[in-house]
Design a protein around this ligand. Structure first.
Ligand code: PLP
Length: 357
């Protein structure tokens, strides 16, 4: 793929954040973005890296009315000797194409997506923060841009990538989260959009998350849309439980997002010889295991936090503590291993790290 590069003039460039400890998430954006358009006649065309700027849009653009949008989220890490490291980027690009199929958007060859991310993070390599735990977050996005209010798949789209430095999730140490098991709203039903990474799933989740926050919780635990009994995901992460000596996560049943971090945890734990299962987990079983002491740990997995320990579950009006509200040994070991590989400190025995630039 031919990528044109129009880099920002020095005077156009934004000041870089001075303090890595104040980065937060998704508030600061780097100097450039990647753009390319799609039309039925021309396919994908005009791939380019340009200065970060607003995107002019027709108010009739289909994405604004019917939500035809998908995205991805991955990070560029500052590795040994300043290397730019991406973690399993092909898994993100393959997932992008599966999401595209589900939302009737056109796919993009994974090599082209990789080339686009490479070109962009190379142009903005000075934006990759160096402090351990920080990174440059990369957000590929595809939207339907045809102007029209008829309900059908758009024949024109825009693919763009923006990036921005993000902070260390655990700058103040591990803080296990307080989770409300959601009893009324659902995130996704089988046959719906649950396994696609699309803004619509997030729109569906906002009200439950807002109400949970008002009650003092960090996030909600989503149950299946049928009987509200099987555990699906936690907030915007996949969920794992440690029952006795067994590491368990719900199977990819169609309404669960297939996380890259989830897959990495499963792979590493299996290689370590742990007992690992992808099987349905009922809320009844979770409460039973808390009460008989066999639930040792619970944690969420996702690119943002990598591993997020669950300290408290609130279910049907009762609060339950998990592992005394502390981070567990297994969560800690997996966190150290995955972040060690991401930052190039632990040998990459799986070939997961792609060096950009
Ligand atoms: C992105 C996402 C995840 C985590 O996926 P990773 O690839 O591990 O970052 C989990 N659940 C939902 C709903 C997501 O959107």
């Amino acid at each position: 793929m031919e990528i044109a590069c129009h880099l920002a003039a020095p005077a156009q460039r934004k000041p870089k954040p001075a303090d890595d400890s104040a980065l937060g998430f998704g508030k600061i954006f780097s100097d450039h973005m990647f753009l390319m358009e799609y039309s039925l006649e021309r396919g994908w065309h005009d791939a380019r890296v340009v200065p970060y700027a607003a995107i002019p849009m027709d108010p009739a653009s289909m994405v604004l009315h019917y939500g035809q949008e998908i995205f991805e989220g991955l990070k560029a890490y500052r590795g040994k000797g300043g290397a730019i490291c991406l973690f399993r980027p092909l898994m993100n690009f393959e997932r992008m194409n599966r999401s595209a199929d589900r939302l009737c958007l056109p796919g993009i060859p994974v090599e082209d997506q990789l080339q686009a991310v490479d070109a962009l993070v190379s142009a903005d390599k000075d934006w990759i923060p160096a402090t351990r735990g920080t990174s440059l977050y990369v957000r590929p996005t595809m939207i339907a841009t045809e102007a029209g209010l008829g309900v059908r798949p758009s024949t024109e789209c825009l693919f763009f990538i923006i990036t921005g430095p993000v902070g260390n999730y655990y700058a103040r140490g591990f803080e296990p989260v307080r989770i409300l098991v959601e009893q009324r709203f659902v995130r996704a039903a089988k046959g719906g959009l649950g396994e696609a990474k699309t803004g619509a799933n997030y729109a569906a989740s906002l009200l439950a998350a807002k109400k949970a926050k008002e009650k003092g919780f960090d996030q909600v635990l989503w149950l299946d849309a049928g009987r509200l009994e099987q555990v699906e995901e936690v907030g915007t992460m996949n969920i794992f439980f440690v029952f006795g000596d067994e590491l368990v996560t719900p199977p990819l049943s169609g309404s669960i997002l297939p996380g890259v971090t989830r897959d990495s945890v499963l792979r590493i734990a299996r290689d370590w010889g742990w007992s690992v299962s992808e099987r349905p987990v009922g809320m009844g079983q979770v409460i039973q295991a808390i009460q008989d002491g066999s639930l040792r740990e619970a944690f969420g997995t996702g690119t943002a936090a990598v591993i997020s320990p669950v300290g408290t579950l609130s279910y049907k009006g009762k609060e339950y503590n998990i592992n005394g509200g502390r981070i567990g040994e297994i969560a800690r070991k997996l966190f150290d291993e995955i972040t060690g590989i991401q930052y190039g400190e632990i040998m990459d025995r799986y070939g997961w790290v792609h060096q950009a630039g």
